[in-house]
Design a protein around this ligand. Structure first.
Ligand SMILES: [Zn+2]
Length: 465
């Protein structure tokens, strides 16, 4: 009898446990399910809110993932670039993984905003939301914004250099800036640059109008047509190439403009045919004393003979330009010879000073279209000739300059003649008395001087055809 009662008791306990368990399970699923429904409703609501003021017709394709609790959604236009979709998916997966153990939502989309008439800013946005048990609501956690890219409105896929420059001279100017940046980056990595590397940078035509570019908020990434120094692309600050690109594509309106004060008068002193070991050094001392920055058009062969003087020119803040290697009339030699003269001088200047010349003064001022194109640098002529090499008398040199100078003049002098250097103190004093300030050529031309153009003075720029 007792045994029977015990069995009944155990049986009842078992039944009770099962019933309570089932009830508990039922109740829990009620609550939990309701919460899940609630969650899904809020997911829907959030998506609607998020896209409320967006052009919904642009969203032609969407993908969503769902492991019941963690949901992710991707929105993009069906015409979107495949690489962009891949990146968006990858970005979404990263966020989804982080949130996989909680009831959460990841919402990704391609966001495009107009920057100005020519540009749109495209961003891959991934927003994260998590379910808050206390408030029973979907809480915004934060967002990832990867790859902010500025594109041309007219050509949204893979813009090229030709889309942002006006002409070949802009392209040549950018080429020199890139060459210089390549070399300075290299110098930071290793102290010396060998001949073969220098040749690669100066002769390998790695940039063209068809080079692909990526417009970034403050810089432009240029993909090279071929590898140079093991590099295939480079970021160049927009500010650096500002004068050579279409202003409509510049999204930064606050870039500093390097221009002269219109109310003041300026001249640029330029010294040719050096450097030598005697009068050039004397001139440098004089310029230092007078706190004047000038421009030196050096001969490659002289730089190779006096590299320390060339280094001093750059070190003391003067501008250095090329004046060829051996001083031939470049219109009377072959273009291969022109190329050689230019290349040898570039190398000599770079070895001695660590910089590349950005200006060129052809010997005797002799230049034509083909020569200018081969040189690839802005051509700097003059409108005040001191005739110092001829007169060799310091008073006559000063008088000649004073008689012909005007605002924005480029003054031609030769630092290899003792008399010329001796004329400088008086010349400077007379020019100052007349209100002139001294600037380098780049300063005079507001850093906007272009290849395939020649400059005789601030107000006299001529295209070379
Ligand atoms: Zn000369």
């Amino acid at each position: 009898m007792r045994k029977k009662l015990l069995l009944i008791a155990i049986f009842c306990a078992l039944i009770l446990t099962l019933v309570v368990g089932a009830m508990y399970k039922y109740l829990m699923s009620q609550v939990y399910g309701e919460e899940q429904t609630n969650f899904e409703m809020q997911v829907e609501k959030t998506i609607k809110t998020e896209f409320f003021d967006r052009d919904i017709t642009q969203i032609e394709e969407s993908k969503s993932g769902d492991n019941q609790y963690n949901k992710y959604y991707l929105y993009y236009s069906a015409t979107e670039n495949k690489n962009i979709i891949k990146q968006l998916e990858a970005q979404t997966q990263v966020a989804s993984k982080q949130l996989k153990d909680s009831r959460s939502m990841v919402l990704s989309y391609v966001n495009e905003e107009k920057v100005n008439d020519a540009l749109i800013n495209r961003q891959l946005v991934t927003k994260e939301y998590i379910w808050d048990d206390k408030t029973k609501s979907l809480k915004y956690l934060g967002e990832l914004k990867e790859l902010s890219e500025i594109l041309l409105s007219k050509n949204r896929n893979e813009p090229r250099l030709k889309d942002i420059v006006n002409d070949e001279s802009d392209l040549l100017a950018i080429n020199r800036i890139v060459q210089e940046q390549l070399l300075s980056t290299r110098t930071k990595l290793k102290s010396t640059i060998d001949e073969e590397e220098l040749d690669q940078v100066l002769t390998n035509d790695f940039l063209s109008k068809d080079s692909k570019i990526t417009l970034l908020p403050h810089s432009i990434q240029i993909a090279f047509d071929k590898e140079v120094l093991g590099v295939t692309k480079m970021n160049v600050d927009t500010e650096k190439i500002l004068p050579f690109i279409d202003p409509a594509i510049v999204s930064d309106n606050n870039l500093p403009k390097k221009s002269l004060d219109q109310k003041r008068n300026y001249v640029a002193l330029t010294f040719d045919d050096g450097p030598n070991d005697t009068s050039t050094k004397k001139l440098l001392r004089e310029l230092k004393k007078e706190k004047i920055k000038a421009t030196f058009f050096v001969l490659g062969q002289m730089v190779d003979k006096n590299p320390e003087v060339a280094k001093k020119i750059v070190g003391e803040g003067h501008e250095i330009g090329s004046h060829s290697y051996t001083h031939p009339d470049l219109t009377q030699v072959t273009l291969d010879k022109v190329k050689e003269e230019v290349l040898k001088t570039d190398k000599a200047i770079f070895h001695a000073t660590g910089v590349l010349p950005k200006l060129f003064r052809p010997p005797y001022g002799a230049v034509n279209g083909a020569v200018a194109k081969t040189i690839g640098l802005p051509i700097i002529q003059w409108n005040v000739d001191s005739e110092d090499w001829q007169v060799k008398n310091k008073d006559l040199i000063v008088n000649k300059v004073i008689d012909t100078v005007e605002n924005g003049s480029i003054i031609l002098i030769h630092d290899i003649h003792e008399r010329s250097v001796e004329s400088i103190p008086e010349m400077v004093s007379q020019l100052r008395k007349r209100g002139y300030e001294f600037v380098t050529i780049s300063e005079l031309l507001s850093y906007g001087q272009k290849p395939l153009n020649q400059y005789f003075g601030l107000a006299d720029q001529r295209e070379i055809k």
